[in-house]
Design a protein around this ligand. Sequence first.
Ligand SMILES: C[S@@+](CC[C@H](N)C(=O)[O-])C[C@H]1O[C@@H](n2cnc3c(N)ncnc32)[C@H](O)[C@@H]1O
Length: 278
Amino acid sequence: MLTIGDVLRRSTDHLAARGAEQPRLHAERLLAHALAMERVELYMHLDRPLAPAELDAARALLARRAQGEPLQYVLGEWGFRRLTLRVDRRALIPRPETETVVERCLALLAGSDAPRVLDVGTGSGAIALAIADELSAARVTAIDVSEEALGLARENAARTGIAVELIQHDLFAGLPGNGWDLVVANPPYVRDEELATLDAGVVDWEPGLALVERGHTEALAREAVRALRPGGALVLETHEGAAPRVAALLEAHGYAGVVVTRDLAGRDRVVEGRAPAA
Ligand SMILES: C[S@@+](CC[C@H](N)C(=O)[O-])C[C@H]1O[C@@H](n2cnc3c(N)ncnc32)[C@H](O)[C@@H]1O
């Protein structure tokens, strides 16, 4: 009978042979998930044999990862700030740099009394749910053009028990409502010509609608200046290297106090500005 130690070793070798990144770590996460254990527990039970059903479950997860499916989709859930969200092919996998976007929103909203927040292109609901979770006074609305993504965001709202308003809406039709205290977005920002250079795990598995830039950032700068209350904040995640261009775009639209923030990896990834006073 194969033990936990055997399966870990074989899975790591299998993933490494398929060119997967961090094969040992991924093998650990997959096996821990199949056995409903923490990763550290695997090492406390290396000699424990796997029952046939456990082995089947571990093999099924490993096969998906070995075929290139992102680890997060195979596991079906992923951490974002304080939350564990359901993730699948309906929406982008929430990224660490987007946690910095939430950080800036919380800093800008600190001290506000029941601020109204609009998350544009909510995907899994990550930004909207994290803000509502960490700032319970906030009233958060989230939009997405994708019904599939909204379905996932609804499941995440139900799973976390956090109340946010979710609406299907196309940014290019303008932003809903007005007088928002804060508008936030992690918009699609990959250019068509860049797609070929991206990791296959991204291009082949994550929704194209979430990735490919079609003038979203410009539309957000243009529309949010109308939809925000005077002095309200726009917070945008940007492509690596694009922060100076996005900062200039906000200034050209009349935003004041334009600031660029680095993510935890030290890359300029978040741009914010305040709508001009009326
Ligand atoms: C980069 S993903 C961000 C998802 C999520 N906010 C996050 O940070 O993980 C961009 C999202 O914008 C949505 N989107 C694309 N075009 C849109 C449009 N015209 N109007 C509204 N949402 C749009 C996509 O469906 C996708 O969910």
